[in-house]
Design a protein. Structure first.
Lengths: 542, 1135
């Protein structure tokens, strides 16, 4: 009896001293590398890096910092910082993260984790499969770095193998200096150069995977980054490589670029699907007359709308409010891109007519910085990404896709690069490809004067790429932001209806002057970086 | 005999019927023994083979009503007795056994005295009969006291009336002994009657306290332990043991935040918070980690709290913040059995709830508020007249909504029947109880049914087997709209928001008012919103086998197993219903669906958990002359498993059947489930030694492992050492202080742990998103994605450690007239787990261990218990007071290096609240002109004026300072007074707390700073209490307690500020009871042992600084369930 008891006690001790427990509700870190299917789920998760930069998803339209889009509200949250940045002189500081993209390092770390593990953990998988996934992830990392360089200038290269331990930078790698701006661009461009051939098999993905990184997307982003870096040969080379793919073509119908995700002009999109995965662009940006207390967060300005040409007879000419014929019916016969981009008084919309006149359904309201009520403050609404037939937008959200890269931008990038390298005929040829699509507008006359060309190009980019996240950064790239923004006020059209008579008044829709001090060409590095990383220097003059 | 139940009991209740049956059966049994228990003709059945004489006597005692004693007789140990009789009278059986051995017997009352043949007592001239009664200081009979002739084995025990009869010789001395009492000796004189009063031993030499893994004589304890026994615990009927502990145990700090049935338990901390993580103590019931919140208070034998490292170190890695041990009752060895019935009925009402404006006053004050905002009032004189005198159209009315919601009183009935008894071979305690608590608002109730059986069997002299089983069912019912603070449609919130200017119904529909889409009507909210049911079943079982190792005196081996299982089912049906909503701005009604009900939805979930524990142990206790030695070594392994499942469906076309299949659609992503598993183990050792019962020393340790830590950091060692000196046993002390009965000093030091961290922080995980989060494809198809869930795994994380030094003193003097217990302690908690933030640049993201063991907190405190007991005439009384004080201080915690001095938390107590310093209310235009900008909201005369702490001309978050301390009190005190006179007893317990703060307005759980209904008039478009509108700033009342009266929202006054801080100190009459025990004569006629009836009350009155609400209410308390004042009547009946 005693023996049995002792044996029992001893065996009990031994059997139960192992306290290792595996969690029942979480996947271990082996799961992502288990097979190709799971690995693909992991890679797809990393695409959040793109999604988080889609302005349609973040509600932060960067055009709102520029002259062409005006936010009507100022203090809802950080996605409505536009008026604060424009109107409050010292709003951007190293401790206030407005316009900072330094937070991209969080996503970069996740991408680095993948890149660090991928080589050691995928021996059992198809190398071709792995090669493509690795290229996708490197693209995403290059994309995030591009955004950071665009905003901040030089960045700190935190890579998957840059730490002293040979892996990711960790607490031992705290002190690390920034690269110069040029070296930073070189890093991104060399990454994209290296990725492109890896994706040779992915000129197009199958129809279930539209939206994933293709070789064309790499070339397209290259044209953009090289343009920012002023490496014009690179822009042209990458553009040529993209054209050689013979996958992309301009759409004759500008509007369909934003309504049909299979449009051949699209190079990289960020898609959504109702009802499970949506954004709330319609709820926030629809015309205010669609639903009480909804819509109207931001309105296009007359600075933009005035640039859309108007048809006189068979040809389009510049619009002019002082021209009585123009003023009599200002929104008739504008070029097609206007009707695809902007909602105006009298526009047909959702089985009704837009009424932006004072007191109308979508009526104009004078902008007031301290008011927090979204309203039509310019006389216009943004149309490009709205889903007209979306009846249940308030509850169910929207699933319009965001256009990150498209062929028209590549052509304009190439045009600009040709011009900067002195090839004016090519520059006009590429600009006019975009401008004359569908045959509506007449081509710009070629010439040799770069400044004249640039005024055309700037307008062309503004109109073609309106609300797609380019204008503010282009103005900075061209060093035009001080001229266009600083000390200026944006304009809108206030319409007063008297019976059936409409009176159009061009009004100032800012209640104070806008600010763009020179130092805004570089957004400061956050003080949390400067304070904790002794090797990191703040951009002068911050 | 009839037990007449004076309470309204639901006779359909099967369980209760069952209990009644038990009472009846037991009565029959009792009659049997009484009727036949008086004489030698009673029959016995004995079958013994090869037994000793002693064993024979034992059998006889068991079957008859006699106590057998022997005098001047040497009882042979030879196993030569063989008897086989069936239903033979006692006399003949005794004859059969005794006469062959030269023995005979004599009967004295109920005592059989065994004598040598021919040694008849009666005729001996030197012997004569002495009778008497043994009573205690109360005058109560002492039953079962031993009365012996000194120096002989002649003796007897006292009967139910405390009486004895004994034949003694002249010059003999009688010794009276009873456990727990001071022995007394009386020399026999001429008097034939010797009555003695024996006194309780105030030194508590025999008092035993429950310690970790065992019991110890109180005198030998060297750690800091407070204990309370059932007698002092169950004073007034309460439903939760946690609420009974308030103020009763020095060192325990408790707060009862709610009065909601089934959720009204107290939160408890021992010696205050010791960490900025969870500071709750480890709870054990009968040596197994279990919650005791819901166990039947009648089952509890004692509650002990282990406060210092020395007493708690055997619980190692879980015990840093103290241990609470609950011991349930067990059977007795005295051969008797008793049945006890306890029943009570309790009425409850809110301790406090502010009175809200009636319709007329609302209309007037609301008009006034709008006027102050510069607007026109909503209510015309004509309308006010209609509110006051009735509206022929039924549009306006005057409804007291809080009065309509709160019932006059809630009712709780509790019944318990227990049977306790046993012999030295078999002991049992069986108890069954039911409790039915109806809340103060309709459809809120808590029901509990419980059964417990604790059995011990002495199988052989060496083997002892125990098995305990307990089961209970807890049913909590509430309306579909949850009654919880800050829940938007909490019926209590609805009652204080709905406007009093409407009738309860309009056109046959419940009325409502509400801002925006809201609809408020508390009666509909509580009656029509569906239901929320929470049914929990708990099964707890333990079994142990103890083996006394032969040949080694004092060595025991024991195997203990425990298996618990619980199962919880919740079902919440949120039913949609319509109301007629009144708009005061237009004066019209519109029919609308009650807000917050959506498309009726049903949520159902179930979860189960089980716990398996095994604990082999070896114990050695022995005495070598003046050396007392005790050694304990054990191993403990504990594993838990849990599982849960939940689902929800919505859109019921018909709401008659609230079951999942009857809904129209699934609630997206509502089907969920999970499971869990935990494993811990530990080795425990304890060595205690005392020399000459004066010098005490103890060393104990636990080597503990927890699954929560990485293999390399899994096990920890927690030692402690303590020592004590019973100075009062020293002769020099006795000489110097003869009046001091007991004086002991003790000291302890040790280290404990706390593994209150998340699981698996040392592993890296992936998770699949819970909803699709990226879309691909020509026809976009949203997809789930895998993502990494945590940052860098932290391999080297370990438990918090608390080092405690404790000094204690125990003192009793003047025969109990004064007693004092004093403990002082210092606790140093380090390696507190905390998040690391702001120390690394964002560019390395979180690629570093983001949590680490780096926080340090210390705490110091003192606990003092003073007691006084005395007897004046027939009145015996005692007064007992205790005070507990503990203050903590953060010594290290990660915070941003650039934090301004006034926001630095280092050196400050835990749990501070940060906010603005309010300078007062704006009283002059000049003050308004010169104000700094911010922090948000309009500032007018009568609004709050904040201080610009850093002087930068604007008020922002940088100007927030520490404005309040923790809501958990730093000090608790109580005073217990008791007195008895004849059959009457009276008890009062005052209990209070100090050094704590309440904020009546401020930060909500969702991070929003705002006021509440109790701090701003017409908050959220609702009604207001009188004190608030009358106390608000108006041009006529500028010296106001509350800011400017207004109807429009103003964010300025809603910021967290010290304006809203109220001292949370209070003193309340926690308990009072008066009882009457029926005299023995009456009782005996009822064949009962004891019967006491009583009335009792709790929370009878409170003194504090918070005039309109209960000081134990939670901060930020929109619609919290008020604490309850209770009045009870009850009966305790023992057979």
């Amino acid at each position: 009896m005693k023996k049995i008891l002792y044996a029992f006690l001893v065996s009990l001790c031994i059997s139960s001293c192992n306290l290792e427990v595996d969690p029942r509700d979480q996947y271990s870190d082996a799961v992502a590398w288990q097979n190709e299917e799971y690995l693909d789920l992991y890679v797809k998760g990393l695409y959040a890096a793109l999604r988080d930069n889609a302005e349609i998803y973040t509600d932060m339209f960067s055009d709102g910092y520029s002259d062409i889009l005006k936010y009507s509200i100022s203090n809802l949250n950080s996605s409505t910082n536009q008026n604060k940045i424009l109107q409050q002189e010292n709003f951007i500081t190293p401790s206030n993260g407005a316009l900072s993209t330094w937070g991209n390092y969080e996503r970069i770390k996740r991408l680095n984790e993948f890149l660090y593990d991928v080589d050691s953990k995928t021996a059992h998988l198809d190398p071709e499969f792995v090669k493509v996934r690795k290229a996708e992830v490197r693209f995403l990392r290059a994309f995030l770095y591009y955004k950071m360089i665009r905003n901040h200038g030089g960045v700190i290269a935190r890579l998957h193998n840059s730490g002293v331990d040979g892996g990711l930078d960790n607490e031992k790698d705290v002190s690390k200096a920034r690269l110069s701006e040029a070296d930073s661009w070189n890093f991104v461009i060399s990454e994209l150069d290296a990725i492109a051939p890896e994706l040779a098999a992915k000129i197009q993905w199958d129809s279930k995977n539209t939206g994933r990184i293709t070789q064309g997307a790499v070339y397209a982003l290259l044209t953009r980054c090289a343009l920012y870096a002023k490496q014009y040969d690179k822009v042209i080379a990458a553009g040529n490589a993209l054209e050689a793919l013979k996958v992309y073509e301009l759409s004759a119908d500008y509007n369909s670029v934003f309504k049909n995700i299979t449009n051949k002009e699209l190079i990289l999109t960020v898609a959504f699907e109702a009802p499970s995965y949506v954004h709330f662009h319609d709820r926030k940006f629809r015309p205010t007359g669609d639903m009480a207390d909804r819509g109207g967060w931001a309105c296009p300005t007359e600075e933009l709308v005035g640039k859309y040409q108007i048809k006189e007879g068979d040809t389009y000419v510049d619009f002019n409010w002082n021209n009585p014929a123009h003023k009599a019916d200002p929104y008739a016969n504008r070029e097609p891109r206007f009707y695809a981009s902007v909602l105006y008084n009298g526009a047909r919309w959702n089985n009704r007519t837009i009424e932006t006149f004072v007191g109308g359904k979508d009526g104009y309201v004078d902008f007031d910085f301290s008011s927090n009520k979204p309203a039509c403050v310019t006389g216009y609404f943004m149309k490009k990404f709205l889903q007209e037939g979306n009846a249940n937008f308030d509850q169910s959200g929207s699933d319009a896709y965001w256009v990150e890269l498209r062929y028209a931008e590549v052509l304009l990038n190439m045009s600009e690069a040709y011009a900067q390298s002195g090839n004016m005929p090519k520059a006009y040829e590429y600009m006019n490809k975009v401008r004359t699509r569908g045959g509506a507008l007449s081509p710009r006359n070629s010439g040799t004067n770069l400044d004249v060309y640039l005024t055309y190009l700037m307008d062309e980019r503004m109109l073609e790429l309106a609300f797609e996240g380019h204008r503010y950064w282009d103005l900075r790239r061209w060093r035009k932001a001080e001229e266009v923004i600083d000390g200026q006020r944006a304009h809108g059209i206030k319409i007063v209806r008297n019976g059936t008579t409409l009176t159009y008044m061009k009004v100032v829709c800012d209640d104070s002057n806008r600010h763009f001090p020179e130092k805004y060409y570089y957004i400061p590095v956050p003080s949390s970086e400067i304070n904790n990383n002794s090797a990191c220097e703040q951009t002068i003059p911050w | 005999m009839n037990v007449k139940l004076v309470f309204n009991i639901n006779m359909h209740n099967i369980l209760f019927k069952y209990l009644l049956k038990i009472i009846c059966l037991s009565q029959i049994f009792f009659f049997c023994t009484e009727v036949y228990g008086q004489d030698l003709s009673q029959n016995v059945t004995i079958n013994l083979k090869g037994a000793t004489l002693k064993e024979f006597f034992k059998q006889m005692e068991k079957q008859s009503s006699f106590t057998i004693i022997y005098r001047d007789v040497v009882i042979s140990e030879v196993k030569d007795i063989s008897v086989n009789v069936k239903n033979k009278p006692v006399s003949s059986v005794l004859e059969q056994v005794l006469s062959p051995r030269g023995l005979t017997y004599q009967v004295t009352n109920k005592t059989l005295v065994i004598l040598k043949s021919g040694g008849n007592l009666g005729p001996q001239e030197s012997k004569r009969k002495i009778t008497g009664r043994v009573s205690d200081e109360f005058g109560e009979a002492v039953i079962g006291a031993n009365v012996f002739v000194k120096g002989s084995s002649t003796g007897t025990t006292t009967d139910l009336d405390g009486r004895y009869e004994l034949n003694v010789g002249n010059g003999d001395a009688l010794q009276f002994t009873f456990i727990g009492y001071v022995p007394q000796e009386v020399r026999v004189g001429a008097a034939p009657v010797i009555n003695v009063t024996i006194k309780e031993d105030v030194r508590g030499l025999d008092e035993v306290v429950v310690v970790g893994y065992g019991t110890q004589k109180k005198l030998n304890v060297t750690g800091s332990i407070a204990q309370i026994s059932a007698k002092d615990l169950v004073k007034a009927p309460m439903t939760s043991v946690t609420n009974m502990l308030a103020g009763k145990l020095p060192g325990l700090i408790s707060t009862q935040n709610s009065g909601q049935p089934g959720s009204d338990q107290s939160s408890m901390v021992i010696r205050g918070a010791g960490t900025f993580n969870d500071s709750s103590p480890l709870l054990l019931v009968d040596g197994v980690e279990r919650s005791f919140n819901a166990i039947d208070p009648n089952d509890v034998e004692s509650v002990s709290i282990l406060k210092d490292a020395a007493s708690a170190s055997v619980y190692g890695v879980r015990a840093a913040h103290g241990v609470i041990l609950v011991k349930t009752k067990r059977g007795s060895t005295d051969g008797k059995s008793s049945i006890k019935y306890s029943g009570s009925y309790t009425f409850s009402t809110n301790t406090r709830f502010p009175k809200f404006l009636n319709g007329v006053d609302y209309a007037k004050w609301h008009n006034k508020a709008r006027e102050l905002d510069g607007n026109e009032g909503y209510f015309s004189d004509e309308e006010i007249d209609k509110i006051q005198n009735g509206d022929p159209d039924g549009v306006l009315g005057n409804t007291d909504w809080t009065g309509a919601l709160f019932k006059d009183f809630g009712g709780t009935q509790q019944h318990n029947i227990s049977i306790i008894g046993g012999t030295d071979k078999f002991q049992y305690f069986v108890s069954g109880g039911m409790m039915d608590q109806d809340g103060i608002i309709p459809n809120s109730s808590f029901k509990r049914y419980n059964l417990r059986s604790n059995m011990d069997v002495q199988i052989t002299n060496e083997l002892r087997f125990s098995v305990d089983m307990a089961g209970r069912n807890e049913d909590r019912d509430n309306p579909g709209f949850n009654i919880a603070p800050n829940n938007e449609y909490n019926p209590i919130t609805q009652a204080i928001r709905v406007l009093p200017i409407i009738p309860k119904e309009y056109n046959g529909l419940p009325t409502a008012t509400g801002e925006g889409a809201s609809t408020w009507n508390p009666l509909a909210g509580v009656n029509d919103s569906g239901f929320s049911q929470n049914d929990r079943s708990v099964f707890e079982s333990s079994a142990s086998l103890e083996y006394k190792v032969p040949f080694i005196k004092g060595l025991k081996a024991k195997m203990f197993f425990s298996f618990d299982k619980n199962y919880t089912e919740t079902k919440t049906f949120l039913n949609k219903y319509n109301v007629a909503k009144y708009d005061p701005a237009t004066g019209t009604y519109a029919t609308t669906q009650a807000d917050g009900t959506g498309t009726s939805s049903l949520f159902q979930s179930s979860s189960s958990g089980q716990m398996l524990m095994s604990r082999p142990s070896v114990e050695y206790v022995n005495t070598f002359g003046v050396h007392d030695l005790g050694v304990l070594f054990l191993y403990e392994y504990r594993e838990t498993r849990g599982r849960s499942f939940q689902a929800s469906r919505r859109n019921f076309l018909l709401d008659a059947i609230p079951e999942l299949p009857f809904a129209q659609e699934d609630t997206p992503n509502s089907v969920k489930g999970g499971s869990s598993n935990t494993k811990t183990a530990g080795y425990v050792g304890r060595l205690n030694y005392s020399y000459n019962k004066r010098y005490l020393a103890e060393f104990s340790f636990r080597y503990d492992g927890s699954y929560k830590f990485h293999e390399d950091y899994r096990w920890g060692f927690f030692p402690s050492f303590s020592a004590g000196w019973v100075m009062s046993e020293e002769s020099f002390f006795k000489d110097a202080f003869p009046k001091v009965d007991k004086f002991k000093i003790r000291a302890s030091v040790g280290e404990l742990g706390r593994d209150n961290i998340s699981d698996f922080l040392y592993k890296r995980f992936f998770s699949l998103t819970s909803s699709p989060s990226y879309a691909f494809g020509n026809v976009p198809d949203a997809t789930y994605v895998l993502y990494t869930t945590n940052s860098v795994p932290s391999y080297n994380l370990t438990w918090e450690k608390t080092r405690t030094v404790n000094l204690g003193m125990e003192f009793v003097a003047w025969n109990g007239l004064l007693s004092a217990d004093l403990d002082v302690f210092y606790k140093y908690t380090h390696d507190i787990l905390e998040k690391v933030a702001g120390l690394y640049p964002p560019s390395i993201s979180n690629n570093y261990p983001t949590i680490r063991n780096s926080g340090v907190v210390d705490a110091r405190g003192v606990e003092l218990v003073l007691g006084h007991r005395n007897k004046v005439g027939d009145v015996f009384y005692s007064v007992n007071g205790n005070v507990t004080w503990a203050r903590n201080k953060v010594l290290s915690r990660t915070q941003n290096a650039n934090i301004p001095m006034w926001k630095n938390i280092i050196g400050k107590p835990i749990g501070g609240v940060y906010g603005f310093h309010a300078l007062g209310l704006y009283q002059t235009e000049e003050q308004l002109q010169n104000r700094p900008s911010g922090p948000g909201g309009v500032q007018r005369l009568g609004d709050l004026m904040y201080e610009d702490i850093n002087g930068d001309g604007k008020i922002d978050l940088d100007d927030q300072i520490r404005i309040a301390g923790s809501h958990t009190p730093e000090m608790m005190f109580s005073l217990n007074a008791e007195a008895t006179w004849k059959g009457f007893d009276i008890g009062l317990q005052f209990q209070g707390a100090a050094f704590c703060d309440i904020i009546t307005s401020g930060l909500y759980p969702n991070g929003v700073m705002d006021q509440t209904e109790f701090a701003r008039a017409f908050y959220g478009g609702g009604n207001s209490p009188y004190y608030l509108v009358e106390g608000s700033w108006t041009p006529e009342n500028t010296n106001a307690k509350y800011p400017r009266l207004g109807q429009a929202w103003n964010g300025n006054n809603g910021w967290t500020s010290d304006w809203w801080v109220v001292d949370g100190s209070y003193l309340r009459l926690k308990n009072a009871q008066i009882g009457y025990s029926l005299p023995k004569k009456v009782i005996n006629r009822l064949h009962a042992q004891n019967m006491r009836v009583y009335v009792a009350g709790t929370n009878l009155f409170t003194l504090d600084g918070l005039d309109f609400m209960d000081p134990e209410m939670p901060s930020n308390n929109n619609g919290y369930y008020p604490q309850q004042r209770t009045y009870s009547v009850g009966i305790d009946l023992t057979f």
